[in-house]
Every structure is written in structure tokens, then in C-alpha cells.
Ligand binder design. Structure first.
Ligand code: FAD
Length: 343
């Protein structure tokens, strides 16, 4: 009989990140699927009561919490101590956690301390013949594997975007406080502030509904024989702002900076989508001035609805890689789209 522990940490505003609600859905489904199993919730944060209340009706038999100022921010020593205490207190055999950067850093060390096992980047969970089976991808989404293990405790770190966020009634949870000890010299690391890029440069938004991909065409000579990089920059940023979209790029566009060509200043290799870039998960994607070659389009594997704007009716998107291809000038189309969004 499995004892499932759902682990989460709060955000600065005391709420749970959306990735945590998704992992909670996975844990709740798992508890339903594994006969005789029980579910506990383990929360970490400065103050967790409102986060616990928000998920009070998830079906957990126990709510455990490590709280206090030392646990407000991400730090390996305190996070690892908190996770270890929660797992021990719950006597957990399966631990389900979201793949936040905070947990991705701390959980592997806890696995070592508890002599457990871990699966990261989980993209699916199911139960067959009473056994838990875990799915994950290898080699940049070229191979998918289904795994099972008998060793416990087994830590399951779930990728964002795989499960729907848990939704249910809020209520009043009664969290049990759990003490987490860590050596004083481990508090040498102090978080003195957060530096984030300005709104214009913070273009990667994993939770956005729309992925907007810009290709090299934006910085190429247009029909009038001129470059229109400044206009491209304004159109793209305007769309991102109005639609709160996430910005992706083709490799050709981000490579241009090292090749000394005209570039969009807010674009970096972190934006690159594709075989040697990222494989983001968004419900919708719009590719603009991007040819849709295979090494780029493989990065769209998890984009459900795909549209593209290209001057070339024979571009890669027309070869079955997009649901809709608009054969048009992206400068004109995006100008009109931004005008409509502005209304
Ligand atoms: C091993 C390997 C790995 C690779 N990995 C990646 C990867 O991870 N990601 C990736 O993106 N690429 C990758 N590539 C490169 C990939 O093959 C393409 O070269 C690249 O994606 C092309 O980028 P692009 O479509 O932006 O540029 P281009 O091929 O130059 O296409 C520009 C497009 O813009 C269109 N256009 C121009 N002006 C307009 C306008 N006004 N309106 C509408 N359309 C317009 C043109 O018709 C053209 O189709 C890889 C290649 C290799 C060999």
C-alpha cells in the first residue's frame, strides 16, 4: 500500500505555483488509481495556511508543513532539510513534486540522504495491473520510455504542462507543523533580493497560452529592398505585451548576433525552439517569418494548435507542420493583429 506525499513550496505571495497544482492533480489521480493508497500534502514556505486552505478538499488525509522565515526562499540547505523531514514524517513511499527550479535543485540531495530513487522530467503517470508506470522522454524527445520500480521511497518530479492544474473547493486545512533542522553554518547563503529582467526582456513565459515564434525573415530585406528591424522589434514586443505571449525563435535568428548581422536585442539563445533548442508546451503557437524546417518544427511537438505566417506558400509549415498557414507578409498581418488587440 503506497503512502503518497504531494510536495510543494509556496511562492512569494503565499500561493502555490501553477506547476504545483498540476503535480497535485497527478498525485490525486495516482491515489485513486493505486488501491489502498493514501495521500498526504507536504508544504514548505514562510506561511502556508492560505495555500493549504486552497487545496483543502483534494482528498489528503494529512497536511504537513515546514514553515518559518528560513523557508521563505529557495536555498539548498533549508529546502533539503524541509523535504527530508516531510518525507520522514509522512513515512512516504511515493513523493510527487513539481519540477520547479527550487525543487529540482534540492530533491536529488534528499533522495541520496534517504537512499531513495528519483525520476525527473516525468511526462505521464499511469497504473497498470496495480503497478505505477512512469513516462519520460530521452534524447531531446526522440525516445519515450515507460518505467516502473519496486524501490521506495521513489521521488517523482513532474514536468510543468503535463497535467491540468488541480481545481476544487477551498476549505480549512489543519496543517501539522514539522520541524526541520539544518546546521547553522548552512544559512551562510542569504537571499538579499531578486533581480529580474525588465518587462521588455522577460520574454519566456512558460505558462502563456500562446507561443509566438519569430524567424530570421524579420531581419531580412523586405519587398522594398530595405531592412525593417526596428519595426519588427516594435511589432513583436507589442504583440507579446498585448497577448502576454511567450517568445520563441528560430536558430537562424538567434545565431545572427554572433554572425554580426542585424538582430533583435531582446532575443537570446534561450528563446530558441527546436532540435537544439527548447520544446515548450503551450496550447497555441504562431510562427512568423520562420521557414518551419524540420529541426525547428520538432520543437513544436507539444504545441497543440499551430499557425504560421510566411510569404512562401511552399515553406515547411505548408508540409503538414501547421494547422493553418497564412501566405502573407508578417509585418502587415502583425500590424493589423496588434491594432485589433488594442481595441
Ligand atoms: C543539427 C541542426 C540542428 C538545428 N537545430 C535547430 C533548432 O533547434 N531550432 C531551429 O530553429 N533551427 C535549427 N536548425 C536550423 C534549421 O534547419 C533552419 O536553418 C532554421 O530553423 C531556419 O530559420 P528561419 O526559418 O528563421 O530562417 P530562414 O530559413 O531564413 O527563413 C526565413 C523565412 O522568413 C520568411 N519571410 C521573410 N520575410 C517575411 C515576411 N515579411 N512575412 C512572412 N514571412 C517572411 C521567408 O519566406 C522564409 O521562409 C538546426 C539545423 C541543424 C543542421
Amino acid at each position: 500500500m503506497e503512502k503518497i506525499l504531494f510536495l510543494a513550496h509556496t511562492q512569494a505571495d503565499g500561493t502555490l505555483p501553477s506547476a504545483a497544482r498540476e503535480a497535485l492533480s497527478a498525485a490525486v489521480d495516482l491515489c485513486r488509481g493505486l488501491a489502498g493508497s493514501s495521500l498526504a500534502v507536504g508544504l514548505i514556505g514562510q506561511e502556508i495556511k492560505s495555500a493549504a486552505d486552497a487545496i483543502a478538499s483534494c482528498g489528503a488525509a494529512r497536511f504537513l508543513a515546514v514553515t518559518g522565515a528560513e523557508f521563505a526562499v529557495s536555498r539548498y540547505a533549508s529546502d533539503a532539510a524541509a523535504i527530508e523531514s516531510l518525507v520522514r514524517q509522512a513515512d512516504a513511499t511515493l513523493i510527487v513534486a513539481p519540477a520547479t527550479s527550487r525543487f529540482s535543485r534540492a530533491i536529488p540531495g534528499v533522495v541520496q540522504r534517504l537512499q531513495g530513487r528519483i525520476e525527473t522530467h516525468i511526462s505521464g503517470l499511469d497504473v497498470a495491473d496495480g503497478k505505477l508506470r512512469v513516462q519520460r522522454w530521452y534524447y531531446r524527445q526522440r525516445m519515450v520510455a515507460t518505467l516502473t520500480r519496486s524501490h521506495r521511497p521513489w521521488f517523482l518530479v513532474v514536468d510543468a504542462g503535463v497535467f491540468s492544474p488541480w481545481e476544487g473547493e477551498a476549505g480549512s486545512a489543519s496543517p501539522e507543523n514539522v520541524a526541520a533542522e539544518f546546521p547553522e553554518n548552512c544559512t551562510r547563503t542569504r537571499v538579499i533580493g531578486v533581480q529580474s529582467p525588465s518587462a521588455n526582456t522577460q520574454t519566456i513565459r512558460p505558462e502563456a497560452d500562446v507561443l509566438f515564434v519569430a524567424g530570421a525573415g524579420w531581419t531580412k530585406k523586405q519587398a522594398d529592398g530595405e531592412l525593417h528591424v526596428k519595426e519588427a522589434e516594435e511589432l513583436i514586443l507589442d504583440f507579446l505585451k498585448k497577448n502576454n505571449a511567450s517568445l520563441g525563435s528560430s536558430k537562424s535568428l538567434v545565431d545572427q548576433s554572433v554572425e554580426g548581422e542585424a538582430v533583435l536585442p531582446f532575443m537570446s539563445h534561450l528563446n530558441q525552439v527546436g532540435q537544439t533548442g527548447s520544446t515548450p508546451r503551450h496550447p497555441k503557437g504562431l510562427a512568423t517569418c520562420c521557414h518551419g524546417e524540420e529541426p525547428h518544427a520538432v520543437g513544436w511537438r507539444f504545441i497543440n494548435e499551430r499557425r504560421a505566417i510566411n510569404l512562401d506558400a511552399n515553406c515547411g509549415w505548408a508540409q503538414g507542420k501547421a494547422d493553418v498557414l497564412y501566405v502573407a507578409d508578417a509585418f502587415q498581418v502583425m500590424k493589423k493583429v496588434n491594432e485589433l488587440l488594442g481595441q
